[in-house]
Design a protein around this ligand. Structure first.
Ligand code: ARG
Ligand code: ZN
Length: 867
C-alpha cells in the first residue's frame, strides 16, 4: 500500500471556496464546512474526501440532507457517488482537540487551541480533498468562550468580530489567496501580543504580531527583529514582498517539528521564538533567526507557489532552506555559516544517504509522508539548489527565480518545473542535472593529478561514482560543479588558464563535471601546485584524496577560500583520528600528532581577527562523522581517539588558548561578532579543562551573565567525573526551575553525557517534573538526547537498545511522528559489530512484532530490517 510518485493523477474535483465554522470546546469542537465543489475530471467519478478520527453529524448537498444510503463513510474517507458537476456540500462534524496527542490537526497546547495541518492534518479537522494541488479560498469563523479564549486567529485578514452575548465571542477571517488545506491554521487562547510594523518596498503597511505565553513578552524581541530583517532581505535579494496587511507568529510549547508556515499565521515551537540573554544560548539566537526567516520565506517558496504532491516536498523545503542559509550568510559570517551547514549535512544527511533509509531528494514512494521530512529532502535539497547557483552564477540563478515566480505564482508546481525555469531563464539544458532529484546516495570523487614541468601544464582528472542505495543498485554520473583553485608552494593563488584559453580567468573556477571521468588541462603552471577542490563545498560529495600532510598544512593557513582552510584542518584531523581509532581498537599507542598541532597553530595564527572562524577551526570532527568513515563502528574507540587528540591539541596550543581567555570581559550582545568571541573563549575553556580540571569552568559557570557562557561551562563540567559536576547541575536546575526550555537543555546534557551511569540517570529523569511524555521538546531532549549518545546508546550489553524500544513503544500510540523519529536511531545497525547487529535487529523485531504499530514506525522498521 505504499503511495508512488509515478501514480500521480490530478484530482477529479476542485474546491474553489471553503467556509469553515468552529465552535471551540476542548473536549468536543463542532466544525461545519461549506465547500463549493466543481468537477474537473471524469463525469462519472465519485467524490472521495479524506477524513480521519472525526464524528460525522450531518451532510447536505445543495441544501438537501443526504440520507445514509447516499454516501459511504470509512475510517479514512467519505465517498459520495453521483454528485453533480458543481454543487455546495455542507459537512457537520465533531472532533476532540483535548484528546489529540498526535499533535496533528486541531489540538491543545497549554490551554491554547492550535493546528498543524502539513502534510495531512487537515483531514482530522474536516473531510476534504486533503492534497496540496487543491487550492481554495478560505473564510473561517471561530466561536469560543471569551474568558478562556480572548484571541481568535486564522489565516488572512480579520473580516468581522462580535460578541455573542452568552460569554462567547466570534471572529471571522478571510484569506484572499487560494491555498491548499495544509496551509490552513487556527489559534485560539489567552496569549500576550508583541506588536511591530513593517512597510514594504511598495508601501504596504504590515502589522507584525508575535503571540507568546503571558510573561514571555520580553523574550520575543529577537524574533521580531529577525522577522523584519527577513522581510527586507527577501525584497532586496529576490524582489519578493509580503502580500497581506497582517503577519502573525504564534509560539506554542507542544509542537512536533520546528515551525509551520501557514499563510499569515505561522505557528512555532516556542524554542524557535523565545530568546533572552539569561535563557538562550548564541545557538538558540541563531536558530530563532534562521527559523523565523525560513517560515517567512515560505510565503513565496511554498505558499504563493506550492507543491503539486508531497513527492515534490523539496521544491519548497530545499529551496527555502537554501534561502534561509543565504540570509544567515548575509547577516552573519558567510564562511562560518557554510562550515556549520556542512557539519550538519555530514552528521545527519550523509548517514541517511548511506543507510537503509536512503532516498532521493524527490522520493519515489512512501507509506507515511511524515517520515520524509528528512535531512535529505531539506538539507541535501538545499545543496542541490546551491549547485544550481554555482552552475548558473548568482545573476543566472536570480533570473531563474524570477521566471519560476512569474510562471508559477498561484500554482502547485513540480521540481521539474523549477529546474525548467532555471534552464529556460539561462538558455541552458539542465536535463542531466535533474538526476540529482531521482538518485539517492552521496557521490564520491577521486582525483588524479599530473604536472609536466617542460610545458608548464597541470592536468586534473576528476572521476565520480555513487555507491548503490536500497532499490538503486546502479548509479549514473551526475552533473555537478567542481569549484577549484591552485595554490603555489609560496601560498599564492595561481591564475587559472585552461588549455585553449587566451588568458587566465581568475584564481577560483567552477568546472562542470558531467561524465564519469573528465580531465582538465591548465597551462602556465610552472611548478607542481597544491589543489584546492570543492571550494565552499559547492557539491555535496565526498572527495577521496590522499593529499600529503604538507599540502594540508599549507592549505590550512593559505587557501584563499576560508571554507577550504577549515576543510583541510578537518581532513588532517580525520586522518589522525582514523589512525587513532584503529590504534585504540588494537590497544596500540595513538599516532604522533605534532605535525597536525603545528599546522593548527599556524592556521589559528593566520585567522586572528575572526574568532568565530577560529572556533570552527579548533572544533575536531564529531563522533557521528567519524563513525561514517570506518568500516565497523567501534563507539569506544571513536570516543577514546577523539579524547586523546583533544588532549594533544590542548597541550600543543596551550599558550594560545590561555591568551584567548585573557582581556577584559565584554558586555553581552547577541550579534554574530559578540557570539564569535564567546564561541572561541568557550572552545578554549573546553580544551584547557583537559589540562587544568574543573576550576575555571566552575568559576565561569558561577560568574556568567548570559546563558551561552553558563551553559558552555556546565557542558564542560558535565563531561568530568568530579563533585563540581553534581553541584553545578543541581544549581542550574534550581536557577531555572519552572522554565521548560532551559530545563530541556539540562535534560539533554545529562542524556548526552559520556559518563558510565548515564542510562540510569536518564531513567531516573523520566520521573522528574521537568520531563513529560506529552511534550515533544522534552522527549527529544531526554530520550532523543540519549539516542544520539553513541557511546551509551550502543552499550555492549544492549541496555541502551532495550531502553529505546520501551520508549518508542510507549510513545507510538500517542504520537507516532515522535516515535518514528526516535526509531531512526536504529537505522545504521549494519555498520556495527556482529554482537551489536544482533542486539539491534532483535530490538527492531520487537517493535515490528507489536500489534497496532503506526504506519510511521512500520515503514521505518521495515526499511531498516530489509537492508
Ligand atoms: N513546513 C514546515 C517547515 O519546514 C515543516 C512542517 C512539517 N510537519 C510535519 N508534521 N511533518 O517549515
Ligand atoms: Zn520549511
Amino acid at each position: 500500500q505504499p503511495i508512488r510518485r509515478a501514480d500521480y493523477l490530478p484530482p477529479d474535483f476542485g474546491i474553489d471556496r471553503v467556509e469553515l465554522e468552529f465552535d471551540l470546546e476542548p473536549a468536543r469542537t463542532l466544525v461545519r464546512a461549506r465547500l463549493a465543489i466543481r468537477r474537473i475530471g471524469a463525469s462519472d467519478a465519485a467524490l472521495v474526501l479524506d477524513g480521519e478520527d472525526m464524528e460525522l453529524l450531518g451532510l447536505a448537498l445543495d441544501g438537501n440532507a443526504l440520507a445514509a444510503d447516499r454516501y459511504r463513510l470509512e475510517p479514512t474517507r467519505l465517498t459520495i457517488p453521483g454528485v453533480p458537476d458543481a454543487f455546495e456540500l455542507v459537512i457537520d462534524g465533531a472532533i476532540a482537540p483535548a484528546a489529540n496527542t498526535a499533535l496533528e490537526g486541531l489540538y491543545i497546547s497549554s490551554s491554547v487551541f492550535c493546528t498543524q495541518c502539513e502534510p495531512e492534518g487537515f483531514r482530522r479537522i474536516t473531510w476534504f480533498l486533503d492534497r496540496p494541488d487543491v487550492l481554495s479560498v478560505f473564510r473561517t469563523t471561530i466561536r469560543a468562550e471569551r474568558a478562556r479564549f480572548p484571541i481568535l486567529l486564522s489565516n488572512g485578514n480579520l473580516a468581522a468580530a462580535r460578541d455573542l452575548g452568552d460569554g462567547r465571542h466570534e471572529a471571522v477571517w478571510d484569506d484572499p489567496f487560494p491555498k491548499p488545506s495544509y496551509l490552513f491554521a487556527l489559534v485560539a487562547g489567552d496569549l500576550a501580543v508583541v506588536e511591530d510594523r513593517f512597510t514594504t518596498r511598495s508601501g504596504r503597511d504590515v502589522a507584525l504580531k508575535i503571540l507568546v505565553e503571558h510573561g514571555k513578552e520580553g523574550r520575543a524581541g529577537y524574533a521580531m527583529d529577525s522577522l523584519k530583517r527577513s522581510m527586507r532581505w527577501d525584497e532586496e535579494t529576490y524582489g519578493l514582498e509580503y502580500d497581506l496587511d497582517v503577519f502573525h507568529i504564534v509560539a506554542v510549547s507542544d509542537f512536533n517539528m520546528g515551525a509551520m508556515e501557514n499563510k499569515s499565521l505561522n505557528v512555532f515551537n516556542d524554542r524557535f521564538i523565545l530568546a533572552d540573554p539569561a535563557t538562550a544560548t548564541d545557538l538558540d539566537y541563531a536558530n530563532v533567526e534562521g527559523v523565523v526567516a525560513h517560515e517567512y520565506f515560505h510565503n513565496w517558496t511554498g505558499n504563493r507557489i506550492t507543491c503539486r504532491d508531497w513527492f515534490q516536498l523539496s521544491l519548497k523545503e530545499g529551496l527555502t532552506v537554501y534561502r534561509d542559509q543565504e540570509f544567515t550568510a548575509d547577516e552573519r559570517s558567510r564562511a562560518v555559516k557554510r562550515i556549520q551547514d556542512v557539519r550538519v549535512l555530514r552528521a545527519r544527511q550523509f548517514p541517511e544517504d548511506g543507510g537503509p533509509l536512503a532516498h532521493p531528494i524527490r522520493p519515489d514512494s512512501y507509506l507515511e509522508i511524515n517520515n520524509f521530512y528528512t535531512a535529505t529532502v531539506y538539507e541535501k535539497g538545499a545543496e542541490v539548489i546551491r549547485m544550481l547557483e554555482a552552475l548558473l552564477d548568482r545573476d543566472g540563478f536570480r533570473r531563474g527565480m524570477d521566471l519560476y515566480v512569474a510562471r508559477h505564482d498561484g500554482e502547485a508546481a513540480t521540481c521539474d518545473q523549477f529546474v525548467a525555469a532555471m534552464a529556460d531563464a539561462n538558455g541552458r539544458d539542465l536535463s542531466h542535472f535533474l538526476r540529482w532529484y531521482g538518485q539517492a546516495g552521496t557521490p564520491r570523487l577521486t582525483l588524479e593529478q599530473s604536472h609536466d614541468a617542460a610545458t608548464g601544464t597541470y592536468a586534473l582528472t576528476v572521476s565520480q561514482r555513487t555507491p548503490p542505495t536500497p532499490g538503486q543498485p546502479d548509479k549514473l554520473p551526475l552533473h555537478l560543479p567542481v569549484h577549484m583553485g591552485l595554490i603555489g608552494r609560496d601560498g599564492a593563488e595561481i591564475p587559472l588558464r585552461l588549455e585553449g584559453e587566451n588568458a587566465p580567468q581568475g584564481t577560483s573556477r567552477v568546472l562542470e563535471l558531467t561524465e564519469a571521468s573528465q580531465t582538465w588541462r591548465f597551462v602556465g603552471v610552472e611548478a607542481p601546485p597544491v589543489l584546492s577542490i570543492n571550494r565552499g563545498f559547492a557539491a555535496p560529495v565526498v572527495v577521496e584524496s590522499s593529499e600529503s600532510e604538507d599540502d594540508l598544512a599549507l592549505r590550512m593557513r593559505a587557501d584563499a577560500d576560508p571554507f577550504s582552510r577549515w576543510e583541510a584542518a578537518q581532513s588532517f584531523a580525520t586522518r589522525l583520528l582514523l589512525a587513532g581509532i584503529a590504534a585504540a581498537a588494537e590497544g596500540r599507542p595513538p599516532p604522533p600528532t605534532d605535525a597536525f598541532v603545528a599546522a593548527l597553530a599556524a592556521a589559528f595564527d593566520a585567522v586572528e581577527g575572526d574568532p568565530a572562524f577560529a572556533a570552527e577551526l579548533l572544533a575536531l570532527p564529531g563522533e557521528l562523522y567519524l563513525a561514517e568513515q570506518v568500516a565497523v563502528i567501534d563507539v569506544e574507540a571513536i570516543h577514546a581517539a577523539r579524547k586523546a587528540l583533544r588532549a594533544a591539541v590542548a597541550q600543543g596550543l596551550v599558550d594560545r588558548l590561555r591568551h584567548v581567555r585573557t582581556g577584559p570581559p565584554r558586555p553581552f550582545a547577541p550579534d554574530a561578532a559578540s557570539a564569535g568571541h564567546r564561541a572561541l573563549a568557550n572552545m578554549a575553556l573546553g580544551y584547557l579543562s583537559t589540562i587544568d580540571g574543573p576550576a575555571a569552568a566552575m568559576a565561569q559557570y558561577r560568574a556568567a551573565d548570559n546563558m551561552t557562557d553558563r551553559f558552555s561551562a556546565l557542558a564542560i563540567l558535565s563531561e568530568l567525573d568530579v563533585p563540581e559536576r553534581t553541584a553545578a547541575l543541581a544549581d542550574f536546575h534550581d536557577r531555572h526551575a519552572g522554565d521548560a526550555l532551559v530545563l530541556n537543555k539540562w535534560l539533554g546534557l545529562q542524556a548526552g553525557s559520556s559518563l558510565p551511569d548515564t542510562l540510569a540517570t536518564v531513567r531516573a529523569l523520566l520521573d522528574h517534573p521537568a520531563f513529560s511524555y506529552g511534550n515533544p521538546n522534552k522527549i527529544y531532549a531526554l530520550v532523543g538526547g540519549f539516542a544520539g549518545n553513541a557511546l551509551r546508546f550502543h552499550a555492549a550489553d544492549g541496555s541502551g537498545y532495550a531502553f529505546m524500544v520501551d520508549q518508542i513503544l510507549r510513545l507510538d500510540p500517542q504520537n507516532p511522528q515522535v516515535a518514528s523519529r526516535l526509531l531512526k536511531a536504529f537505522g545504521r545497525w549494519r555498520r556495527f559489530d556482529a554482537d551489536r547487529q544482533a542486539l539491534m535487529r532483535d530490538a527492531m523485531e520487537r517493535i515490528a512484532a507489536t500489534p497496532g504499530l503506526s504506519p510511521d514506525c512500520r515503514e521505518i522498521v521495515g526499511l531498516s530490517l530489509a537492508s
